[in-house]
Design a protein around this ligand. Structure first.
Ligand code: AMP
Length: 425
């Protein structure tokens, strides 16, 4: 099969790396891709926002399947447009991608299906929102309704912080995403990510992961797209997984199907494992990044077969097999990230770093002749396997040391929570 992969991050490099192992793959194109993806795929400079251009490319190149990595093209309806043109696409329709595109939409699905989640209120004017915050008290969580690239959420520990967040939203800090505000009950517990494939009717559990969103060690500093991840998540025991499937995932798939907007693709549930059991924090409608890197490192099954089973409605006959080992990713970011940072600094030593049980996924790089240059905030995902999270971490950090990139930095404590558990256990 000929495939076109949309995206340019570490997630897409990991997907390309896993797809390249499939005997069914004859040709992989990527738009726009990055320097790491270019080693596996042919890059094309298509404008991803121009659906007509993507359709023309697929027809011209006889592309059999389009795999979409990031959320923006899903919410923009790329899958709908491709299907209308007779081209198979992996991912949800625009209507089903509202599970990620609108927090209020997801809360509506939770209400309809009785899915455990934080209590909430929706507000479109500042006075009512502030009054609600004062009535409820802190800690409390303030969210811009729409897509805000992970930046539209404030977990306010004080009333003052909460009121500031509400005001900032309505004053346009998150653009159109903040025109409506969702205010949520603060959930206490341990967070975990759970990934499922769906074909609209059936749900196939994939694997669990945990990530580190803060920029600095000890989970301090500003929020980022994710500075590291590991899989599996020890807090996600078999009992918790089966509760999440029956109380959260399956009711969601049923509700969307009953509404006539079935969910196909990857459903990524952000969960809080509370004293009262697992509760849904949010849905994403694609793989997480860097979580996708640890998942692909552990996946034994043929990824292309699984994605096709989702597209073609055959997931009831599919299984996903995983390596017993743990996988861990350390993200190397450009100095200054998530604030302003420089692009174009040179990275050396990548070939030596990616061997044995280590893969170096590129998240933001470009090639300049023989040189690899940084081309984003999160630049590399150094990913390793190990018998334990501790061993995977040792291998990942050993590989980080062999990468010569003066401008880069990484956290030194990825996986600390899981390693503490391993030590106690
Ligand atoms: P979201 O974009 O909705 O996943 O929120 C980003 C982060 O904010 C989550 O990963 C949690 O760490 C935190 N968060 C979101 N909602 C809540 C909540 N109701 N209670 C506690 N923490 C939350």
């Amino acid at each position: 099969m000929k495939l076109l992969l949309i995206g340019s991050g570490g997630r897409e490099h990991a997907l390309a790396w896993a797809l390249a192992k499939s005997p069914g793959l004859t040709k992989l194109y990527a738009a726009p891709g990055n320097a790491g993806i270019a080693e596996i795929a042919e890059l094309t400079s298509l404008n991803v926002e121009d659906h007509g251009a993507i359709i023309d490319f697929c027809h011209a190149m006889d592309v059999d399947l389009v795999v979409i990595g990031p959320e923006a093209p899903l919410v923009a309806g790329l899958v709908d447009d491709l299907e209308e043109a007779g081209i198979k696409a992996f991912g949800p329709s625009r209507a089903a991608a509202q599970l990620e595109g609108s927090k209020a939409f997801t809360k509506g699905v939770c209400d309809e299906a009785g899915i455990p989640t934080a209590g909430y209120g929706r507000f479109s004017d500042v006075e009512a929102a502030v009054a609600h915050v004062r009535e409820t008290g802190a800690p409390i969580v303030v969210k811009a309704d729409g897509l805000a690239a992970g930046k539209g959420v404030v977990v306010a520990m004080t009333l003052e912080e909460a009121e500031q967040a509400v005001t900032a939203c309505f004053e346009g800090s998150f653009g159109a995403a903040g025109a409506e505000v969702v205010i949520e009950e603060f959930l206490e517990g341990e967070e975990a990510s759970f990934f499922v494939l769906s074909d609209g009717t059936n749900a196939l559990a994939l694997a669990t992961a945990q990530d580190h969103k803060r920029a600095h060690d000890g989970d301090q500093g500003p929020n980022t797209g994710g500075m590291g991840a590991y899989s599996p998540a020890p807090v996600m025991t078999d009992a918790v997984i089966s509760e999440v499937m029956s109380r959260i995932i399956e009711p969601t798939i049923k509700t969307l199907a009953a509404r006539g907007t079935p969910f196909k693709g990857v459903l990524f549930a952000g969960l809080m494992i509370t004293g009262d059991g697992p509760k849904l924090i949010e849905y994403n409608t694609r793989f997480g990044d860097p979580e996708c890197q640890v998942l692909m490192m552990r996946l034994e099954s043929d990824l292309l077969d699984l994605l096709l089973a989702s597209v073609e409605g055959r997931l009831d006959q599919a299984t996903a097999d995983w390596r017993e080992e743990a996988a861990l990713t350390v993200v190397m970011a450009a100095g200054g990230y998530p604030g302003s940072y420089e692009k174009g600094t040179e990275i050396r030593g990548l070939t030596a770093a990616g061997k044995d049980d280590v893969a170096v996924f590129h998240a933001g790089t470009k090639r300049d002749g023989d040189r690899i240059l940084a081309n984003g905030g999160r630049v590399l995902g150094v990913t390793a396997l190990g018998a334990t999270v501790r061993e995977a971490r040792e291998r990942a950090y050993a590989a980080v040391k062999t990468i010569d990139w003066r401008d880069g930095f990484c956290r030194s404590d990825i996986g600390w929570r899981a390693i503490e558990r391993e030590t106690e256990g």
